[in-house]
Design a protein around this ligand. Structure first.
Ligand code: CAA
Length: 261
């Protein structure tokens, strides 16, 4: 792929329509310093505006996805300075990214790293992946949505076990609890995520975008409001050329040619 101007991440078009974003700060175990988060937010912002990007694969290194917030930065903050922290703004940009993200996770996926992984829409883990929210060991708690997203993903008791004890879970446990969708051999994790992303990249982008938005609503609002949002998006898609094309192609027993309109 092309060289990127970033220091802590690499981006490349790994397949047509699929942008790969690799966290690459191995000396600090991919700890997410403010600059790392800013670079991820900037890369996603550009990807949101690039029609050639249909899906993102988010990955780290073979031994560590990301070891959490940069503890050196945390050490420099007190209760006043943390209020003006730039990081919540970067997290907001990441969670507002409208296209699908598939995470490929090998090795340590801890603290803010696990919170970043949970910003992905689909999580694929290698057998060596280890997940945890060890913030309690530092006298703090997860600060980037972990208490909420982890609870939605694995349920109250499992989330409490991780957040209160700081204990790690392995990939098989993460699979059993619903934190990840699949567990692969570590050398195949990224390939599997890319294959899923390629499949998504070939789908009509408006339908994909609205499906992501509607599924995320399930964690934000009550059932009636969520059903209403789903209905509205469903009806809007009836105005698209890709809906006409997808339905016609099925009835005519041919492959659809989607245009994104
Ligand atoms: N922040 C800053 N530096 C980190 C780091 C982090 N989160 N994790 C690792 N590093 C650094 C170490 O300080 C060390 O630096 P030096 O080489 O300069 O000494 C280097 O990375 C290698 O670390 P280890 O020697 O510890 O590597 P290891 O392979 O033996 O262990 C690890 C890996 C299990 C991930 C271990 O480094 C670790 O436990 N890291 C901290 C995990 C953690 O507590 N994360 C939560 C952070 S708080 C948070 O994330 C808040 C939030 O919700 C936003």
């Amino acid at each position: 792929g092309a060289e990127t101007p970033f220091a802590d991440i690499r981006i490349d078009m790994v397949r047509p329509g699929v942008l790969r974003l690799t966290i690459d700060r191995p000396k600090a175990r991919n700890a997410l310093r403010t600059q790392t988060l800013r670079e991820i937010a900037e890369a996603l912002d550009a990807a949101a505006r690039d029609a050639d990007v249909r899906c993102v694969v988010l990955t780290g290194g073979p031994k560590v996805f990301a070891a959490g917030a940069d503890i050196g930065e945390l050490a420099a903050h007190d209760a006043t300075s943390i209020l003006d922290d730039a990081r919540p703004g970067h997290w907001k940009a990441i969670r507002s990214f409208p296209k699908p993200i598939v995470a490929a996770i090998n090795g340590y996926c801890l603290g803010g790293g696990n919170e970043l992984a949970m910003h992905a829409d689909i999580l694929i883990a290698g057998t060596t992946a280890v997940f945890g929210q060890p913030e309690v060991n530092l006298g703090i708690i997860p600060g980037a949505g972990g208490t909420q997203r982890l609870t939605h993903a694995v349920g109250k008791s499992n989330a409490m076990l991780m957040a209160l004890t700081g204990a790690f879970i392995d990939a098989q446990t993460a699979l059993a609890q619903g934190l990840v969708s699949e567990v692969t051999q570590p050398e195949l994790t990224e390939d599997r995520a890319i294959t899923i992303a390629e499949t998504i990249a070939a789908k009509p982008p408006l339908a994909v975008r609205m499906a992501k938005e509607a599924v995320l609503k399930a964690h934000e609002v009550g059932l009636e409001q969520g059903l209403h949002a789903e209905r509205r998006a469903f009806c809007q898609l009836f105005a698209t050329e890709d809906k006409r094309e997808g339905v016609s192609a099925f009835l005519e027993k041919r492959r659809p040619a989607f245009t994104g309109r």
